[in-house]
Design a protein. Structure first.
Lengths: 506, 484
């Protein structure tokens, strides 16, 4: 047990250790709770750490549940705070849900609970998953463990940072326009958005219903497949959920022979940093070394995806967030004399600036007289984006791109410019519009910060995608342990690996 | 006044009697303690998602088919956005431009006239929660101190039937609604309980010069649930509009409130404040294709509809259209009548008794057809006693009353209360002779040529025999005695 390094331990290895009896669930939980203790004040990945529950549950897994252990028994998990968990406060990082105690549990979380994972707590995020930096949180921002002065990406920044910082073995996030993949890229971990419908959205607090999808954030591609395997499936409570055509396979591939990869020029043209571009090009070269074939291709409607997304997502959000009205649960303004004033004050005080901005954009886009020009038009663009991908996948098996045009950016550097912030998701948004699966894996560093490599597949191609990502990951050999430096302090702010009693990486 | 005619249209909401709600598994119930039939979905907790109740779709399809609508091959739900405490999601899941069914027609009767009203569309949606305004006197929001919400009703499946403005009078509007309600009950999809508000409607009315084809500006009467008030409200609205129009004014398109106490309509809110509902397709539900084979199946399983049954009653029982309509338009009474007729009695006589004594009895006793002592078999037995002359028709009414009150077989009642018809000529001759002897003045009148006095003598004889005498025979004997 003395050799367990939370910055490098994978779920695959942890599971083996548990099964072989080399480590107990209680010991494993302690590793992560200790790491949270050590670094959380600098990373701030969690909104709520359920330490006591986690320790108690882990002890149960070791004790009375010994004989009936589920497939993921004892593996510590962090959950993004937009998935409802019965009895455990769920806020979406919003004041409007302050103290909200859910009365049921999200299907994806319920499935993992049924497999006896140990939940460590609920992670920080952009309010209602609206943002790309985790700065839009009512409890303050999360810090990227690779540079505490930079953002972890978002909106699942808390989950990505928790995994990167060794505060969780793995985590669940949600991805509406890149909210799993972009923070995974910025934090140097693996993040995947499954095919729309593969994972039930029941209990995922809705941002944009036609785009939202729950997925894993992990330290390895194998772990990603393992977690995915246990959350997929059609759910009677979610009419948009579907059964995957075949079971999720745990990948073993080392080669990419016979696989065709497409490189879309549109994803490389605008705003991709030189350092990101260099790591991307190296990774494309690796694909060919492994036997894969790369060709350039075009997804001509890419430039319209971002504007279409910023109509569709806010439009759906404007209705989805209307239920937070102060009548039944959550925050209610104390100072109101009548119903309308109660609504206005509750929502005015309860929502943050970015959420209000999107509610207003969405409300406008759906208004009588504007619907066709905005929402209707955006839906047409969505169809065109889908067709782009469909024709591309007639030629290639997978499409590859940088996950984010940039590495992690300094905290506060984009908050005054929403459009610059929206550009963070330019490579990930088209995937959500088309409902496709995509994964981001770390492919190296640029100026000491991780660069993400995105693989996009046709609907239900999870297994192919995971196989390719797994082979590529092996070839890249990325070291997942972050430095915890703080560029604003002028030097590395102490090595927390020592605090956790672990060996520093070579 | 006669220069103007009204044009009336109705939109009807029907709550379906499914076991569970439209989009969740909560039971549809009535009269349960507040907020005991709720779940994350119908309380709109974060993350909850709707799932379509297939039984509700089937029930709605039954209504659509019974109204001769075309069921659309593709169905889509939309979100209708508005803030109000009775709408927990702050949007209602409803249908917008791709409804369940369109282009129907409903035939109904006003007296002997068969009218038709085109049905614009039939669509599905969910009911709102119930608001209770407390602390005031009226139960209305004005004057109340606070309001509470009961979410038990929230999410109950609703069908909205939108009629075209084809209804020519307030009386016709009332008939339309009563007959439509009968139809829905017949389909077995809703009890249409009026007190529970299971049927509610909005009416719109405009006036136009007789013979004109263009429609005038309409006003709306919202959320009514009394047939009588509907007719009264429309009747009150007609002269109000005519007065404005004849003075050269224009009608404001607005929603009106009808006060039954004053019999007047007053504006509720004007269309200027009309909501922009910002409809858009509900992304939590996938559009669904309606298989033609399934529609055929639902159609085949429809029960006989009132309009068809009325025609059949005319053909099979030789009833007048009016009688067939009274007996045939509501299922329970129609079934009762058919059971009476099935006993092999005279169908017309059975119809007279069912429409007359029996309906009056149901109303007085507050019973539904087939409830109480008077089974179809017993009414048939009574009809048979009348037909074969065992009892006179006036005595039969007494038998009917006693059977209804005390039960037992009509024949036994006749026996027990000695109500059999007196056809014994000798016995009746004695009575007639007595009556003639007691009324010499009237005898003089008759013999002086005043033939009508005959009726007086017959009446006296019937009275003396407690209505049991065979009236035909009495007639004959009286004439004979007077002319002797």
């Amino acid at each position: 047990m003395g050799t367990l390094d939370p910055l490098r331990l994978t779920a695959r290895e942890a599971k083996r250790l548990l099964v072989d009896g080399e480590v107990s669930a209680a010991e494993l939980a302690t590793v992560y709770l200790d790491q949270i203790e050590a670094v959380e004040d600098r990373v701030h990945a969690f909104i709520l750490v359920t330490a006591e529950n986690a320790a108690r549950y882990a002890a149960k897994v070791d004790g009375e549940m010994q004989a009936t252990r589920g497939a993921l028994a004892g593996l510590p998990l962090a959950v993004k705070d937009n998935m409802v968990t019965e009895g455990v406060v769920t806020t979406c990082a919003s004041r409007i849900l302050a103290g909200y105690q859910p009365i049921y549990t999200a299907t994806a979380v319920r499935k993992l609970w049924d497999d006896h994972v140990v939940m460590l707590g609920k992670t920080n995020m952009d309010e209602f998953a609206m943002g790309s930096s985790t700065e839009n949180s009512c409890v303050g921002t999360t810090h990227d463990p690779w540079d505490l002065n930079t953002v972890p990406g978002g909106s699942s920044g808390g989950s990505a940072a928790a995994v990167a910082a060794g505060e969780a073995l793995w985590a669940l996030g949600s991805d509406t326009g890149g909210s799993i993949r972009q923070p995974a890229a910025l934090c140097g971990v693996v993040g995947m958005k499954p095919t729309y419908g593969a994972v039930s959205r029941f209990g995922l607090v809705a941002f944009a219903s036609s785009l939202d999808q729950i997925g894993p954030l992990t330290r390895s591609v194998y772990d990603c497949a393992l977690l995915l395997k246990h959350i997929v499936g059609k759910d009677a409570n979610d009419s948009t959920s579907v059964e995957l055509p075949c079971e999720v396979e745990l990948p073993t591939a080392e080669r990419l022979d016979g696989l065709r990869f497409g490189v879309p020029g549109e994803y490389l043209s605008a705003g991709v940093e030189p350092g990101v571009r260099a790591r991307f090009d190296e990774t494309v070269a690796r694909i060919e070394e492994l036997g894969g074939r790369c060709t350039e291709l075009s997804l001509p409607h890419t430039q319209y995806a971002l504007p279409a997304y910023y109509i569709i997502a806010p439009a759906e959000a404007s209705a989805n967030l209307a239920r937070f009205d102060g009548v039944r649960y959550g925050y209610r303004s104390a100072e109101a004399d009548d119903l309308i004033e109660m609504y206005e004050r509750t929502r005015g005080e309860g929502f943050g600036a970015e959420v209000k901005r999107r509610i207003m954009i969405g409300t406008y886009a759906l208004s009588s007289g504007y619907y066709d020009a905005y929402y209707g038009q955006a839906q047409k663009v969505r169809t065109l984006v889908r067709r782009d991908f469909a024709s591309a996948f007639a030629e290639v098996d997978l499409i590859v791109s940088p996950t984010s045009p940039t590495v992690a950016f300094p905290i506060g550097s984009r908050t005054a410019d929403p459009l610059a912030m929206y550009m963070s998701d330019v490579c990930t948004i088209p995937v959500n519009l088309a409902g496709l699966p995509a994964i981001s894996i770390p492919c190296g560093l640029s100026e000491g910060l991780p660069v993400g490599f995105q693989l996009i597949g046709p609907a239900f191609s999870e297994n192919t995608m995971l196989r390719a990502a797994y082979a590529l990951e092996g070839a890249i050999g990325f070291d997942t342990a972050p430095s915890f430096r703080d560029s604003s302090a002028g030097s590395d702010a102490g090595d927390v690996r020592a605090a956790a009693g672990k060996e520093a990486p070579a | 006044m006669s220069a103007w005619e009204p044009v009336i249209g109705l939109e009807i909401h029907v709550e379906l009697d499914t076991e569970t709600k439209m989009f969740c598994g909560c039971a549809v119930t009535k009269g349960e303690p507040p907020n005991t039939r709720t779940c994350p979905v119908c309380l709109a907790h974060p993350g909850a998602l709707p799932v379509i109740n297939e039984r509700a779709v089937e029930y709605a399809t039954r209504i659509a088919l019974a109204l001769n609508c075309t069921v659309q091959p593709r169905n889509v739900f939309h979100r209708k956005n508005y803030f109000y405490p009775d709408s927990p999601k702050a949007y209602q899941i409803s249908q917008f431009d791709e409804p369940l069914a369109v282009n129907g027609i409903f035939h109904y009767w006003v007296g002997d006239e068969r009218l038709s009203c085109r049905i614009h569309r039939v669509h599905m949606e969910e009911d709102a929660a119930k608001l209770v305004h407390a602390g005031g006197e009226s139960g209305r929001i004005a004057g109340s101190e606070y309001s509470v919400v009961d979410f038990n009703r929230g999410g109950t499946p609703l069908v909205e039937i939108v009629g075209e403005p084809d209804i020519p009078s307030p009386a016709a509007a009332r008939e339309f609604l009563m007959q439509l309600r009968n139809l829905v009950i017949e389909l077995g999809v809703s009890e249409c309980n009026m007190e529970e508000g299971q049927v509610r409607w909005d009416a719109n009315i405009s006036m136009r010069p007789v013979g004109a084809t263009e429609l005038g500006t309409r006003t709306e009467l919202k959320n009514m649930n009394s047939f009588r008030f509907l007719q009264q409200a429309l009747e009150a609205e007609m002269p109000r509009q005519i007065k404005i129009l004849e003075a050269g004014g224009t009608i404001d398109q607005e929603t009106l409130h009808f006060d039954p106490d004053t019999g007047t309509t007053t504006p509720l809110r004007s269309k200027e404040e009309a909501h922009d509902y910002r409809y858009f397709p509900e992304p939590d539900l996938v559009p669904w294709e309606v298989a033609p084979a399934w529609v055929t199946e639902v159609r085949a399983a429809l029960p006989e509809l009132p309009a068809t049954r009325v025609e059949r009653f005319v053909a099979d029982y030789g009833l007048s259209r009016y009688d067939a309509f009274v007996l045939g338009s509501a299922g329970a009474l129609a079934r009762f009548y058919e059971e009476v007729a099935a006993q092999g009695v005279d169908a017309k006589l059975a119809a007279n008794w069912t429409m007359g004594e029996y309906l009056a009895h149901l109303k007085a006793a507050g019973l539904e057809p087939s409830q109480g002592h008077l089974t179809p078999e017993r009414l048939a037995a009574l009809v048979r006693l009348v037909a074969d002359g065992t009892v006179s028709s006036s005595a039969a009414k007494e038998v009917f009353r006693l059977t209804a009150e005390e039960g037992g077989e009509p024949a036994e009642v006749v026996e027990k209360h000695d109500l059999g018809q007196i056809s014994d000529q000798g016995a009746l001759e004695k009575v007639v002779a007595g009556v003639v002897a007691d009324n010499p003045a009237q005898v003089e009148q008759y013999r002086g040529g005043k033939q009508q006095v005959l009726g007086f003598f017959v009446g006296q004889v019937m009275k003396a025999t407690q209505g049991r005498a065979d009236p035909k025979l009495v007639n004959e004997l009286v004439r004979k005695a007077l002319e002797a």
